[in-house]
Design a binder for this molecule. Structure first.
Ligand SMILES: NC(=O)c1ccc[n+]([C@@H]2O[C@H](COP(=O)([O-])OP(=O)(O)OC[C@H]3O[C@@H](n4cnc5c(N)ncnc54)[C@H](O)[C@@H]3O)[C@@H](O)[C@H]2O)c1
Length: 277
């Protein structure tokens, strides 16, 4: 159906999704995409007011549940809330995550911060998968998705703590897929390149205090490898739609990298032969 040039899909007609960290950024873009494709979406986030506002803006097929992914009872409650509201849970997207604002050197590693970030980015994902599985296994169907990162694939792209937390997410997906495949449940992750959401821009503005928003945005976008395009929340939302839809019915244990090729290659940086005399 086309409404004023807007194309509504039906890939997720009749499906129910729970997305953590969907008050803003990638999660919000994915909630929008899922709803535009016929799903009912529950937004779970620690930001209560923003989460409510996002749900209201997305219309009657969106609702909000307060959830801090570091608290198992709140994850469990978010899953039960979704099932009591819509009778089922088809898609669990463990997307909530935080950056790590500490010194880049291992020598100065802040272990308290390490615990805090792992608690959200890793334990929070484990909890989400645990409680989604609790309701998906009896139905012998479901799709679980997690947001990892290019920083979990290659070293040197972020502080150790964040990088390690995202490597763990990729590992979680592989480990859990091995069990859940026996129950007909698929588990995948997406590893995006840097996207100028508040997550990245807050960190950038702290690191480069002299630069304005436009200059910081240019820095983020210039870091990409693919000419003519920048990584945007919608690129992740499109990948998420593919992975949770029937189009990916035989894809599980996969980490879909959305990085314009960045982690696939390195250049030797030699001049072109015709530039050397
Ligand atoms: N932006 C990027 O460049 C980028 C790249 C790769 C991966 N990621 C990952 O994408 C995910 C989403 O990030 P984003 O860029 O959309 O940032 P964002 O800050 O816009 O969104 C993150 C959301 O998670 C929520 N959140 C934080 N802690 C939470 C908790 N304890 N419980 C529940 N919700 C919590 C926040 O309130 C926020 O709404 C994160 O896992 C992040 O690590 C981001």
């Amino acid at each position: 159906m086309t409404i004023k040039g807007f194309i509504r899909g039906s890939k997720l007609e009749g499906k129910v999704a729970l997305i953590t960290g969907a008050a803003s950024g990638i999660g919000k873009a994915t909630a929008t995409k899922f709803i535009d494709n016929g799903a009912k979406v529950v937004i779970a986030d620690i930001q209560h007011q923003l989460g409510q506002e996002t749900a209201e803006r997305l219309g009657p097929n969106a609702s909000f549940v307060a959830c801090d992914v570091t608290k198992e009872s709140e994850i469990s409650n978010a899953v039960d809330f979704t099932v009591s509201m819509h009778n089922q849970l088809d898609i669990m997207y463990c997307n909530a995550g935080v950056p790590c604002k500490t010194s880049p050197s291992i020598v100065d590693l802040d272990l308290a911060m390490f615990d805090k970030v792992m608690n959200i980015n890793v334990r929070g994902v484990m909890g989400g998968i645990k409680h989604a599985s609790r309701v998906m296994i009896p139905r012998r169907t479901g799709s679980i998705l997690c947001t990892a990162s290019v920083t979990g694939i290659m070293g040197g792209l972020a502080q150790h703590t964040y990088s390690v937390s995202k490597s763990a997410v990729i590992g979680i997906v592989r480990s859990v897929a091995s069990e859940l495949s026996k129950h007909g449940i698929r588990v995948n992750s997406i590893s995006p390149f840097a996207i100028p959401t508040s997550f990245v821009m807050d960190e950038m503005s702290q690191a480069f205090r002299g630069l304005d928003y436009r200059e910081l945005l240019q820095m983020v976008n210039n870091a990409g490898a693919l000419e003519g395009a920048n990584c945007e929340p919608d690129d992740v939302a499109n990948a998420a739609l593919y992975l949770v839809s029937h189009d990916a019915k035989y894809v599980s244990g996969h980490n879909l990298v959305v990085d314009g090729g960045f982690t696939s290659f390195k250049s030797l940086g030699f001049p072109a032969p015709n530039e050397v005399h």
